[in-house]
Write a protein that binds this ligand. Structure first.
Ligand code: NDP
Length: 297
């Protein structure tokens, strides 16, 4: 058996186009332009690229992009004051502080200062609580994107067995809640899980969010399973020249490809979905804050 390669890039382009169309309607019919504010503290080159790409995507969707760059020695007090200012700004419907933040700033304090309705990253404990209670939440972008890809492949997930390897607040736990809400039977595995390979072999849906290159082996995959690889790991690639690197996921892609029913590549799988879901979340946040019906996209 060989798997279907899930094209997250194409899917994300479709989602972004649907967001852009919905934004057009909001502007034309309600005079509302959704706005996303992104705050970057420090000069981490990878974070700078992420922030730039988010700004470009926001503008491409017809939304307002507000960017704030603060020096690496910014105090927590100053950053939180900025967040409160954005909380109070009616032109800003979504707020994202790019993580990691420098050591002098508590990431958790930042998360808890963002107004939950504007928390487009879905990390505020109120949103995590809403999600686990089956209520309207702002849902973290990466697991939301993963769910869209899984549903696109499998349709109804009722009764499917799912395993998520990794239990972070950003990916693993919300992924579990989303799959549970779709009536899947969910296992969340982590570093203390016993016989992880056997657990994985039972799963119709396998989501890997570990942060270890090629961690999930081909023979851990149940034949025909849908495999979603969240991992982004940079490894040396001497075959490309001295000092070169390449990105790989948490799944041994080539081995899993021969067993799975469908699988996301890295790059080009989950990654592009994350930014598209950020656009979707900003649109949803703008509608909810202004009492408009959230368009189906
Ligand atoms: P974290 O480091 O927060 O969590 C990793 C999880 O993996 C932990 O729950 C940990 O378990 C578990 N784990 C570690 N080692 C093992 C092991 N040997 N066996 C089983 N479980 C293990 O990572 P994130 O969730 O933030 O990210 C995971 C990956 O996804 C990373 O590669 C990251 O770069 C990528 N990522 C990609 C995104 C995208 O847009 N595509 C967005 C976000 C993340 P324990 O809790 O017991 O320590």
């Amino acid at each position: 058996m060989t798997a279907i390669k899930i094209d997250g890039k194409a899917f994300s382009q479709g989602l972004r186009a649907r967001v852009a169309s919905a934004v057009e309607v909001l502007k034309g019919q309600h005079g509302l332009t959704p706005g996303l504010a992104v705050v970057l503290v420090g000069e981490d080159p990878a974070s700078e690229v992420y922030v730039r790409n988010k700004g470009i995507a926001t503008r491409e969707c017809g939304m307002e992009s507000f960017g704030y760059k603060m020096p690496a020695d910014t105090s927590e007090e100053v950053l939180l004051a900025k967040v409160r200012e954005l909380n109070a700004d009616p032109a800003v419907h979504g707020i994202l502080v790019q993580f990691p933040v420098p050591d002098q700033i508590s990431q958790q304090n930042v998360i808890e200062t963002i107004e939950p309705a504007k928390d487009v990253d879905g990390l505020h404990p109120i949103n995590a609580g809403y999600l686990s209670s089956g209520l309207d939440a702002m849902v973290p972008c990466t697991p939301l994107g993963c769910l869209m890809l899984v549903k696109d492949q499998l349709g109804d997930l009722s009764g499917k067995r799912a395993i998520i390897v990794g239990r972070s607040n950003l990916v693993g736990k919300p992924m579990g809640q989303l799959l549970l809400a779709e009536n899947a039977t969910v296992t969340i595995a982590h570093s203390r899980t016993q016989d992880l390979a056997a657990e994985c072999r039972c799963a119709d849906i396998l989501v890997a969010a570990v942060g270890r290159p090629h961690f999930v082996q081909g023979d851990w995959v149940k034949p025909g399973a849908c495999v979603i690889d969240v991992g982004i790991n940079r490894i040396p690639a001497p075959e490309r020249g001295e000092g070169k690197t390449r990105l790989v996921g948490d799944v041994d892609y080539d081995a899993a490809f021969d067993v799975a029913g469908s699988i996301t590549p890295v790059p080009g799988g989950v990654g592009p979905m994350t930014i598209a879901c950020l656009m979707r979340n900003t649109l949803v946040a703008a509608c909810r804050q202004t009492g408009l019906v959230v368009p189906k996209i």
